[in-house]
Design a protein around this ligand. Structure first.
Ligand code: GLA
Length: 361
């Protein structure tokens, strides 16, 4: 759990924005709710010196001082690079400098690296033209190489793979030391794209577990392109997917509603459930879907989603999910216990909305 600069700040992010994110992560209550990582995405990189060491650009005058500041708040600092010569935004990547960059990150006090394929695709094509299998091997080797370099620093650094799900990354991501791997292309701050990504994660649950997670991309909650119901759907679905919760908004300007979504402890508890089992779709009727996620102590999270443009009534049948008619039900957005009638819980779910329940025996 943490924050990443890209979705809101993109190429404009600077030292002051990152410090502000750290400040507001604490003062908004997000840190207390479990958010820890402050992650700088693309566009921090400057030039390499004569010895090949990377330096930040003028937006980030002193990376070590920034890391010290973030650490002083009890938070951790993340950074971003690419195995290619250039990042996706055209800044210096780690190609030819992998070991050196890992050492530099460790020296600065970096705790997290997002490693984004970007221009390494050109290297793959150049080195293995018309040979997709060999290209994939080169890609996998590049991720392994950075992981080995991070390990060699002796500093614990979360390793985030970003290559948009190519070559079924969920099948090999953990074997190259990935703690999380993007399963899709980029999210956007609109319901259609968020839903396209979130509801298409079927079949990936078995690859996730403690220490290595599917990453359907960062949150857009609070960025303004979706309604309250749509953002609750986003947060609920990501929690059921056991997804990393990386806020992608401007933490220094959050409405009470945005804070209430990002810090809903009952939904966060689903996301962070220690069993570490990712959920999946259990039922679909028309444009409504029920997704469930097994939780510790024999409980279950159930998201009753309505993907339609009009409200629908949705029924959760306790027997059908393996629970007795008298199972305990709690609505995790209303923060209240609710009860089933004859083993069925029927509720009206607004357009693009969700009712998120915890079911326990
Ligand atoms: C890619 C990634 C995004 C972001 C940008 C930065 O598109 O998927 O998450 O990191 O690069 O350039």
């Amino acid at each position: 759990m943490g924050w990443n600069s890209w979705n809101h700040f993109a190429g404009k992010v600077d030292d002051a924005d990152v410090r502000a994110a750290a400040d507001y992560m604490v003062s908004s209550g997000m840190k207390a709710a479990g958010y820890t990582y402050i992650n700088i995405d693309d566009t921090w990189q400057g030039e390499r010196d004569a010895q090949g060491f990377i330096h930040p650009n003028s937006k980030f005058p002193d990376m070590k001082a920034l890391a010290d500041y973030v650490h002083s708040k009890g938070l951790r600092l993340g950074i971003y690079s690419s195995p290619g010569p250039k990042t996706c935004a055209g800044y210096a990547g780690s190609y030819g400098h992998v070991r050196q960059d890992a050492d530099t990150y460790a020296k600065w006090g970096i705790d997290y690296l997002k490693y984004d394929l970007c221009s390494f695709r050109d290297i793959m094509q150049k080195e293995a033209p018309n040979n997709p299998e060999k290209q994939n091997q080169l890609m996998i080797a590049a991720y392994r190489q950075m992981h080995d370099a991070l390990l060699a620093t002796g500093r614990p650094i979360v390793f985030s793979l970003c290559q948009y799900g190519w070559d079924d990354v969920w099948k090999w991501g953990a074997s190259v030391g990935g703690n999380l791997w993007r399963t899709t292309g980029d999210i956007q701050d609109n319901y259609a794209r968020m839903a396209e990504i979130g509801f298409n994660q079927l079949g990936l649950a078995k690859y996730a577990g403690p220490g290595h997670w599917n990453d359907p991309d960062m949150l857009e909650v609070g960025n303004g392109g979706m309604t309250y119901d749509e953002y609750k759907t986003h947060m609920s679905l990501w929690a059921i997917l056991a997804a990393p919760l990386l806020a992608g908004n401007d933490l220094s300007h959050m409405s009470a509603q945005t804070i209430s979504i990002l810090t809903n402890r009952e939904v966060i508890a689903v996301d962070q459930d220690p069993l570490g089992k990712e959920g999946s779709r259990a039922f679909a009727v028309g444009m409504t879907e029920i997704w469930t996620r097994p939780l510790s102590h024999g409980a279950l999270a159930a998201g009753l989603f309505n993907r339609d443009t009009v409200a629908h009534s949705v029924t959760l049948d306790l027997h059908a999910i393996g629970y007795p008619a008298n199972a305990k039900l709690r609505d995790l957005w209303e923060h209240e216990d609710v009860s089933a009638t004859n083993g069925r819980y029927t509720v009206t779910v607004p357009s693009h909305g969700v009712v998120m329940l915890k079911v326990s025996r």
